[in-house]
Unconditional design. Structure first.
Length: 247
């Protein structure tokens, strides 16, 4: 799953660097910018983004000054990458839908789907086709569920989007365009149902307020008083999904 590189808030005092060799390799990217920053990518690789004319020795000092944080974060990202690489979906696994777990079973007919008791795929489906098949099931469920919930809350909130679509966004649960078209990630159906409701309410509120002003949050809170709880749960789920590979 491609995600933005993780930014590390860096110590701005290169003089504090330890004077010893640093064994983590890093790529240097020079650009028209005023500050130097370290980014750790999904695979654990390290990139230093800096002004064009900064000296190599100053870059090294800068990295050394942030050695402890860098070692911790790269180890975390590499472990996450390892988990993602080993991620698979096979019969017998449990799959989430609206925050609940359901078994994935093989069946003796050609269709695949979800019947509110289990996910199922044909017994003769090749192993490398199972995960893509499950993703298609999720997309179908998301299309029906999210459009239905948007219609429901549109009536309650008296706010209507121009259009509703489901996509494969990886870093956003939902978004609302300037023309009031709402997009949801199919991954949202992995969350608890109150979390799903929160995202729907959140995006509908954006059709009235294209910002995160007090007026915007007042609309959200009016329709979901415990929205902060749901937002926290979504952040926790995002961390869990970061170790799964649904591509």
């Amino acid at each position: 799953m491609a995600v933005p590189a993780q930014f590390i808030a860096c110590n701005s005092n290169p003089a504090a660097a330890e004077q010893e060799k640093f064994m983590i390799a890093y790529k240097i990217t020079r650009a028209n910018r005023k500050t130097t920053a370290i980014y750790i990518h999904e695979d654990g690789s390290v990139e230093v983004r800096c002004p064009k004319h900064i000296a190599a020795r100053d870059i090294e000092k800068f990295v050394l000054a942030n050695r402890q944080m860098l070692e911790v974060k790269t180890a975390q990202m590499k472990e996450r990458a390892k988990q993602k690489e080993s991620f698979s979906v096979v019969p017998g696994d449990t799959l989430r839908f609206l925050g609940k777990d359901y078994p994935l079973l093989q069946v003796n007919f050609s269709k695949m789907g979800f019947d509110e008791k289990c996910f199922y795929v044909p017994a003769d489906m090749p192993a490398d086709k199972i995960k893509p098949g499950v993703v298609q099931i999720y997309k179908s469920l998301a299309e029906k569920l999210l459009k239905s919930k948007t219609e429901k809350y549109s009536k309650i909130m008296k706010l209507a989007p121009v259009n509703v679509k489901v996509n494969s966004a990886k870093t956003r649960w939902g978004s609302c365009s300037g023309k009031n078209s709402i997009n949801y990630s199919w991954r949202l159906v992995l969350a608890d149902e109150p979390c799903v409701d929160y995202v729907v309410i959140h995006e509908l509120a954006h059709t009235a307020e294209h910002n995160h002003s007090k007026k915007f949050w007042a609309i959200v809170e009016k329709n979901m008083p415990d929205y902060k709880t749901q937002d926290k749960k979504l952040k926790e789920l995002q961390k869990k999904l970061a170790a799964e590979n649904w591509d």
